[in-house]
Every structure is written in C-alpha cells, then in structure tokens.
Ligand binder design. Sequence first.
Ligand code: SF4
Length: 153
Amino acid sequence: MWKLIRPDAYRVWDDGTVRERLWRYYEVFNDRLYAKFMIALKVGVDVELDAELGKLWDEHDRISGVFRSVLRRIDAGELDLGNIDSPKISYLDAKVELARRILSQCHFCERRCGANRLEGEKGFCKLGRESYVSSAFIHTGEEAPLVPSGTNA
Ligand code: SF4
C-alpha cells in the first residue's frame, strides 16, 4: 500500500549513495539482518543492575566495544544469533537501567531541567515517572528512505 502512496520511497533505493549510507537499515528493513536491539539482548554485561552509577557506565562503555564486534561478526555471517545463549544481564538491560536512572535527575532532552521524575517530580515537559504514547502508526510522510516508518508520539 505504501508503495502506491509513496513510489519515490521504493525507487530511492536505486540511488547508490542512499544504499551505501543506509545499507544496514535497508538490510534490516528487508529481514536480512537483525535489528541492533536483538543483538544487544545477547551480549552480556559483567555488572549488577543495582551497581553504583559510575560502575554501570564504565561497564556499559566497555561492553559497547564488545557489542560492535559481535554486531560486525553477525552481519558478516561469522556468528549465528540463534546459537548465542541469552546472558543473565544483557547490554540492553544495562541501557534500560541507565535510562531509568537518568529519570532521577532528568537530562533526557536539551532542557536538562534535572527533575526527579522517579519521585513524581515533573519537569518542563510535565512528564513524571510514566511516559504516554498518544498515537502509533505507519508514517508515510517522512523522507523517502524512511518510508514506511513505525512512528509513535
Ligand atoms: S523537559 Fe522533560 S525530558 Fe527534558 S530534561 Fe526536563 S523532565 Fe527531562
């Protein structure tokens, strides 16, 4: 259906520059490579999720290099994601925990207002601990290579 609405979004992939710059996005889009979050679930971290913040960031940064290496090997077909055991605590778990802690002195956006959203304090955006999704839909109005996009607001 989206090909009828936005034929340019289909034709844009004939452009060599677009293909070169967005090659991984294109491969995931066509189910030929795994999305990064799926790989992040298979990479383990060596830290507990209740660790002190600095320790958690240090481990996150260390494992980021491991993640990139695993990603390259999976993309190259040297590793099979299905054969990797799930770790006790994944790289994605660590990211989720770091995101949760950012809420305690919020700097998720450039307002950097520091609200403790975990305690219900509201910042400039008026969001507290919970965020809300008011709509989710297939967006066909983005730039051609990004159509269709899963969008929520
Ligand atoms: S405006 Fe909202 S998202 Fe931005 S820093 Fe403040 S509380 Fe966080």
